[in-house]
Design a protein around this ligand. Structure first.
Ligand SMILES: Cc1cc2nc3c(=O)[nH]c(=O)nc-3n(C[C@H](O)[C@H](O)[C@H](O)COP(=O)(O)OP(=O)(O)OC[C@H]3O[C@@H](n4cnc5c(N)ncnc54)[C@H](O)[C@@H]3O)c2cc1C
Length: 459
């Protein structure tokens, strides 16, 4: 039997990866100003590590450089090979490198267990919020100091990552933070608590004795004692309709917004869908999203935005009454200006665009660009379909994840599709449907799973 006694881990001691990050930043004069300055306030932090990482996060050149150092570390092929070959049947493997992978890894290591191995199909680790390296959209959960808690609790931080070396609230002052603010905290948590292999797309998972065999695209299969399936919200629906140039999915559009002159030559646009992603896309066109790279109103202003959704108010008054505070600013563009022109028009119907050469077409109207924000579906992994999982409850508590019927595998995060609990309904959390995937709702479920699962043992 393998030794399963928990290891001792000091949460304030940097991992080897974080240590090398701190050394790299310290040796680069243009990047280390924030870190050095923040040491004057060291007594206000729980540890020197937290002070240093906060200083790096708050100093744009420091953060930019640190992000590059993290990417270079994770893309190093010999290191990836080491991480993959050191995996064995007593190791936990997490699929996906987003918020929930970080929560699980942090809790697990802080409880004394071995670092999990994280497999990420993309080049860049960090999940949904890391879909761009430059900021492209604002979150909808408020940035507040404090430890984790529920939306109605004014002292609770809604973007809290249990166990992380620094929290989102350390990273910016904005009421609604950018995607890259939260991505930075996720990435630092992964660097502290996990071994990450990028460009590792999991294709299938099957049983191998008491463990699992994981098939990875273009790599040798991997054995694991337990699989944590943190695949996230998945890929956009209607990907087949997008052509990558004039008709884009939401992630493709955000990639574009992170590139140079993203709205060059774009005057008439269509947005399809009415959820939070669509609202973020509309904010980008209106110029009320994070500042795009090398873009200016004088150069590239969008004249007309047609928004195809049958679930949104079509007038400014109704927008003000029906839409939550975070997205109120959009509503004023539904009013005509003094000349009777309106930049934003909600056309209360669904639409399916056609990608023509050089333009997008919807119901006979042509657009320079169309963005599809019609939701997402699970990415495919053979052996891990939703029907193979049942709800998993921890003793004397709620459902926190889904457990596979035949494999040592658990689904976590929004991808586990956990129904709202009675308590969440009573607390009003269920009143906003988007809360189903909110970090404040799901983080502690994943942390509770990580804290209560027994050690993986080799039979
Ligand atoms: C536009 C937008 C705004 C949002 N704003 C907020 C907000 O303000 N507040 C809030 O609480 N929540 C918000 N959310 C929801 C939040 O982003 C998600 O709930 C959260 O990111 C889920 O984290 P995760 O770790 O489960 O998945 P993700 O962050 O999506 O990460 C999953 C990772 O798994 C990888 N993956 C998928 N398939 C495979 C495979 N086969 N092999 C290897 N890797 C794979 C993906 O590439 C991805 O990196 C928002 C979501 C979106 C889309």
């Amino acid at each position: 039997m393998h030794d399963t006694s928990p290891l001792k881990f000091d949460p304030f001691e940097p991992s080897a990866q974080i240590e090398s990050l701190l050394t790299a930043v310290a040796s680069r004069p243009a990047a280390c100003e924030g870190m050095r300055a923040m040491m004057q306030r060291e007594p206000e932090f729980r540890s020197p590590l937290e002070a240093k990482l906060t200083g790096i996060a708050l100093d744009p050149p420091g953060r930019y450089f640190a992000d590059q150092v993290l990417d270079a570390y994770w893309s190093d092929e010999p290191r990836k090979q080491d991480a993959l070959s050191s995996s064995s049947t007593d190791r936990e493997v997490i699929i996906g490198s987003g918020f929930h992978a970080a929560v699980y890894a942090a809790t697990r290591v802080l409880c004394g267990y071995q670092k999990p191995l994280v497999l990420e199909r993309n080049e860049r680790a960090g999940g949904t919020f890391a879909m761009t390296a430059r900021p492209t959209f604002y979150l909808n959960s408020r940035n507040r100091a404090g430890s984790g808690g529920l939306a109605g609790d004014q002292r609770a931080s809604l973007n809290y990552l249990p166990g992380a070396p620094i929290q989102a609230a350390n990273v910016s002052m904005l009421e609604y933070q950018t995607n890259t603010d939260v991505a930075f905290t996720i990435r630092l948590a992964l660097a502290q608590f996990a071994d990450v292999v990028t460009n590792a797309k999991v294709l299938s998972v099957s049983r191998d004795g008491t463990g699992a065999e994981i098939e990875i695209e273009d790599r040798d299969p991997l054995l694991a004692g337990r699989v944590i399936d943190a695949r996230g919200l998945g890929d956009p629906y209607n990907q087949d309709v997008a052509n990558g140039t004039t008709v884009l999915t939401f992630p493709q559009f955000m990639q574009r917004m992170a590139s140079m002159w993203p709205l060059r030559g774009v005057r008439r646009v269509g947005v399809v869908g009415g959820g939070d992603s669509a609202k973020c896309a509309v904010e980008s066109f209106l110029g009320i999203a994070p500042q795009p790279f090398m873009a200016a109103a004088a150069l590239d202003s969008v004249d007309r935005i047609d928004w195809y959704s049958d679930e949104l108010p079509t007038t400014c008054d109704r927008w003000q009454q029906e839409i939550r505070g975070r997205y109120q600013a959009i509503g004023r563009y539904l009013r005509p200006d003094r000349l009777g022109m309106r930049r934003l028009n909600v056309l209360g119907r669904r639409a399916r665009p056609v990608a023509l050469p050089g333009m997008g077409l919807i119901d006979g109207r042509t657009y320079d660009l169309v963005v599809l924000c019609t939701g997402s579906r699970d990415t495919a992994i053979e052996g891990l379909d939703l029907a193979s999982f049942d709800e998993y409850t921890i003793p004397n508590a709620n459902v926190v994840a889904r457990e596979h019927y035949n494999l040592p595998a658990f689904r976590v995060g929004p991808h586990a599709r956990l129904p709202f609990t009675r308590q969440e309904r009573e607390d009003g959390v269920a009143d906003i449907s988007a809360n189903a995937v909110s970090m404040f709702r799901t983080a502690y479920k994943t942390a509770a799973l990580a804290a209560t699962l027994r050690a993986v043992t080799r039979e």
